[in-house]
Ligand binder design. Structure first.
Ligand code: XIL
Length: 386
């Protein structure tokens, strides 16, 4: 179905396409000239810059917005990976017991296939965002175990060979490094309560059985640098590797809410995970800023935000085990931050609400481009590690 857009909006939406198409002609000429002089081709988009260093650059998406030309155009031009923000979560995929709904997730897959992008799946198991029937079902541990297995098997099988990487378990560990209370762990749990990470391992084994080729990730927040939580995650995944639990990587969400409190030791954390033979994906980056009533941030905080994006993108670009850099949405028009901070914070992404590139966009592009120049071998190393 064609979206209805009036003529004014339509020409405004087409204008960036025209510029972009023009670039398609100008770019090869520049690029051929650059090749003749042995210089690197200047990247025209994030996805081009990322592919020069073998990196996936992604964003969370909402398939309901694919009919918006600004949204779809920016997405296809700038990213080579997408992850559904909500539509592959439990509440969306199994809204009633054993009644699965994969339509919106399938739209994400179709968009990705049409634009040569990879799909990250998010997520199979989480303590929140679960449907009422599951939360209030008063199931026994034995019943819950069967429900969990069936859900993981059904969803992973449905997306076999379409979703290349899954967040199998989301946010299972607390700030002190202990297991979080949840229906899966101990309320009532699947029969493994008090047994630490055993239920997490179960989820990974079931996911692997359903698609042995998919890359399987544990994903969490506030565990980007070195702290009690990331130490616990490190200990868990080290134990999984030792015992042959099928895990391929760790997702560092990177939701940054405090401008002046950056996570410390991010490179060191990536390095220790890499030494275990794991990959790292930056999965949900945004940098929340104080906003005014119009939802706008001031120039100084936008500059500081750009600086933070640059640092984190550079750390990822530099490490061959950091295979993907993803933001939690791309336009400030659609971001979870205002909704989760009562409108106090927002403007956390790399495009503004009018789809214009923010300083943060240029900062990420520069970080990728600089890495391509600094270490031309990084691409092969990353592809080999991935
Ligand atoms: C958020 C979505 O952005 C919101 O739209 C939804 O209402 C709640 O979930 N960590 C995660 C994501 O792993 O799934 C969350 O996404 C943000 C925090």
């Amino acid at each position: 179905m064609k979206p209805h857009v009036d003529l004014k909006t339509r020409s405004a939406a087409i204008a960036p396409f025209r510029r972009w198409q023009l670039n398609l002609f100008v770019f090869p000429a520049l690029c051929i000239a650059a090749l003749l002089t042995a210089a690197a081709c200047p990247a025209q988009s994030l996805r081009q810059a990322a592919s020069q260093i073998g990196l996936l650059v992604g964003t969370a998406v909402n398939p309901r917005l694919f009919s918006n030309p600004d949204y779809a155009g920016t997405l296809a031009r700038e990213f080579n990976m997408v992850e559904p923000e909500n539509v592959m979560k439990w509440a969306a995929t199994e809204p009633a017991e054993d009644r699965f709904s994969f339509g919106p997730g399938d739209e994400v897959v179709a968009f990705a296939e049409a634009h040569d992008m990879k799909v990250r799946g998010h997520n199979l198991l989480w303590g929140v965002y679960n449907p009422a029937w599951l939360k209030q079902g008063h199931f026994t541990p034995k019943q819950l175990r069967r429900i969990m297995k069936h859900h993981i098997q059904t969803e992973v099988s449905h997306y076999r060979s379409k979703v290349f990487a899954w967040d199998v378990v989301n946010e299972a560990i607390d700030a002190k490094g202990g297991m979080k209370h949840s229906i899966w762990y101990d309320q009532p749990g699947i029969g493994l309560s008090g047994k630490g990470t055993a239920y997490v391992a179960r989820a990974f084994r079931w996911a692997h059985a359903a698609d042995p080729k998919a890359l399987l990730f544990y994903n969490d927040y506030d565990a980007e640098g070195i702290n009690a939580k990331s130490d616990a995650i490190y200990a868990m995944v080290k134990d999984f590797k030792r015992r042959g639990v099928p895990i391929d990587g760790v997702g560092l969400q990177m939701h940054l809410f405090k401008l002046h409190q950056l996570p410390s030791g991010v490179a060191a954390n990536i390095e220790r995970l890499a030494k275990l033979g794991l990959r790292v994906h930056i999965t949900e980056m945004d940098v929340a800023l104080p906003i005014n009533a119009e939802g706008e941030a001031d120039a100084a905080s936008l500059a500081e935000q750009a600086n933070i994006y640059h640092q984190m993108a550079a750390i990822c670009a530099r490490h061959p085990a950091c295979a993907a850099f993803q933001t939690w949405g791309f336009t400030d028009k659609y971001s979870w931050i205002p909704g989760s901070t009562k409108g106090k914070e927002g403007a956390g992404l790399i495009f503004n609400a009018a789809y214009q590139r923010k300083p943060a966009y240029t900062a990420v592009l520069d970080a990728f481009t600089a890495e391509a120049k600094a270490d031309p071998a990084i691409k092969e190393q990353r592809l080999a590690a991935r």
